[in-house]
Design a binder for this molecule. Structure first.
Ligand code: NAD
Length: 278
């Protein structure tokens, strides 16, 4: 038996036009999975879908939808069912941080402008980041798992982060939301355990992407910011991760290789989460 046989399955990848999830969609397509690139940015989704069709000679759908709008997800579900059939795999990749929910100061000493600290955070910024990462995982799971329950078979893979284990300084809303994603991963894994759906998460280490470039790379010099240097110093394998390094774990979790695995969050982080810094 080929445990990695995913041929003919249908996978929805939210945030599928982004850096990490476009690569994940391609790795699923390389195994014969019919992929759906669901993203707020319809143009970028169409571009990724065209690349996949071209490279893997497989149908790929691009859908412009908002993971925070249940009606738009339900509409997407109908389109997918009509064109590709029932959904087998969901990757909840839409997510990210925002400068509006980020403090300027890492650790207060009391002399700073309060605006640069915890006290300067805007609740709207906090809500935006928390909702995108947490509700943006919850709602697609609710909408796209109905086929899986009917078929008593399916896989949900959430995308978490290093800050879900221990919060990173500055990014309070993002840390809280990714922690909530881990908790939800376990909760839903238990809830779905008897209807044949496995729910797991991947916690990527640090990658250089749109959401964190402003924190890790100095715009003027192009070199690492002090924070970027700290990340590298605390990564035992001494490098940022790249999206290709996440696909092995994705295929493992999507396939029968992990058929007894549910409710776990797997770090793919070059040792970051294991390292105490000393
Ligand atoms: P990215 O910004 O490249 O991709 C995110 C995608 O989500 C974008 O295409 C964006 O258009 C889409 N999106 C945003 N809001 C949406 C919404 N409301 N509805 C639908 N789509 C929406 O980011 P990325 O770095 O590839 O991140 C992908 C996932 O990985 C995120 O969940 C992120 O939190 C997580 N992650 C990233 C890193 C990192 O270092 N980059 C590390 C750990 C975890």
């Amino acid at each position: 038996m080929d445990e990695l046989n995913l041929k003919g399955k249908v996978a929805v990848i939210t945030g599928g036009a982004g850096v990490i999830c476009s690569r994940m969609a391609k790795s699923l397509a390389s195994r014969g999975v019919k992929t759906v690139i669901l993203d707020l940015d319809g143009k970028a989704a169409a571009k990724v879908a065209a690349e996949i069709e071209n490279e893997f000679k497989l149908p790929c759908m691009a859908i412009a939808a908002n993971v925070l709008d249940k009606t738009s997800l339900e509409q997407a579900g109908k389109e997918i069912n009509q064109k590709f059939g029932e959904i087998d795999i969901l990757v909840n990749g839409a997510g990210g941080n925002s400068p509006e929910a980020t403090t300027k100061v890492e650790i207060m000493d009391g002399s700073e402008d309060p605006e640069d600290t915890f006290f300067g955070l805007k609740t709207e910024g906090f809500d935006k980041v928390f909702d995108l990462n947490f509700k943006g995982t919850l709602l697609p799971s609710m909408v796209f798992s109905t086929d899986m329950v009917k078929n008593r078979s399916g896989v949900i893979i959430n995308i978490s982060s290093m800050n879900s284990y221990r919060p990173l300084t500055k990014i309070v809303a993002y840390s809280a939301a990714k922690s909530a994603v881990n908790n939800f991963t376990m909760w839903l894994a238990v809830h779905f355990a008897r209807v044949g759906i496995r729910v797991n998460a991947i916690a990527p280490g640090f990658l250089l992407t749109n959401q964190n470039r402003f924190l890790l790379i100095d715009e003027k010099t192009g070199g690492p910011t002090p924070r970027g240097q700290k990340v590298l110093n605390n990564t035992p394998m001494e490098a940022y991760c790249v999206p290709e390094e996440l696909t092995g774990t994705l295929l493992y979790l999507a396939s029968d290789f992990s058929k007894a695995v549910s409710g776990v969050v797997i770090p793919v982080d070059k040792g970051f989460s294991a390292f105490s810094g000393v």
